[in-house]
Design a protein around this ligand. Structure first.
Ligand code: NAP
Length: 227
């Protein structure tokens, strides 16, 4: 069965995930950081696109010791599986996501990826080949489901999130909206990609909760499924 997919992102008051130069910005505070850490700890896997790895070099690890211990107590690995969606195997061999923290990593590539790069990558991670030119996200999710991954948290960026939404693969979205304006028409947003043009392409959401958190607002949405 395909995993349940939860998108989480922090955005500025004007809906940007980072600057037009794709530089990471501190949008949320400690409370939201802890919420995200718990969300991560409750997931079987954490996924990002290669754009986020190249821009931010995240480790995608659960930071709080208590959360890591809770995972171990319920029989899970200390860290969720970390997954990078990377058609051409561009991930640098020294990327933090491949080295920081214990546990399994998956890099999803397409058939277009260089065979030698794939072979080298296999020394650091499990490689899943899905799709011809770009990673086929439906096939990837099916394969993840087959390996027992039931809950995937997606940490960005906007290009990957847009594709996941377009493919009907997203179940829930958390957005923290912080008290900062970043601006710039080319700055990444929650869902970049091509964009939807008209009904019924638009992705409709149901608001589950809107909560003030520090100097921002946390919104929790579920994604409506067409009847
Ligand atoms: P991204 O979404 O992380 O990665 C996009 C890349 O994934 C694509 O360019 C593509 O590259 C690869 N990909 C492979 N198959 C794909 C598919 N089927 N659909 C979509 N993408 C696919 O990159 P991004 O949009 O550039 O976002 C990075 C920016 O977001 C950074 O500035 C980062 O700081 C920011 N960010 C912010 C937050 C936040 O919460 N504020 C969170 C994460 C990231 P290939 O074709 O080469 O594989």
């Amino acid at each position: 069965m395909r995993p349940h997919v939860i998108v989480n992102a922090a955005m500025s008051a004007d809906g940007k995930l980072s600057t037009r130069e794709r530089r990471q910005v501190k949008i949320s505070g400690a409370q939201d950081f802890n919420r995200v850490d718990r969300l991560k700890a409750g997931s079987d896997a954490v996924m990002v696109g290669i754009g986020t790895v190249l821009a931010d070099d995240p480790s995608l690890t659960v930071k709080a010791e208590e959360c890591r211990n809770n995972r171990i107590h319920r029989g899970a690995d200390e860290q969720p599986v970390r997954i990078v969606v990377d058609s051409r195997a561009r991930i640098p061999p020294d990327a933090s996501v491949l080295h920081k923290g214990t546990g399994k990593r998956i890099v999803a590539v397409s058939e277009r990826a260089d065979k030698e790069k794939i072979a080298r990558l296999r020394e650091l991670a499990t490689v899943i080949i899905a799709g011809k030119d770009r990673v086929d996200l439906v096939q990837l999710m099916d394969e993840l489901g087959d390996t027992g991954i039931q809950r995937v948290m997606v940490e960005g960026g906007g290009t990957l999130i847009a594709s996941l939404i377009a493919a009907g693969l997203v179940d829930e979205i958390y957005t923290f909206i912080g008290n900062i304006v970043i601006g710039g028409k080319d700055a990444p947003t929650l869902a970049d990609g091509e964009g939807f043009v008209r009904e019924p392409e638009f992705c409709r959401l149901t608001l589950i909760e809107a909560r003030k958190l520090e100097q921002g607002v946390l919104l929790h949405w579920t994604v409506d499924r067409p009847a």
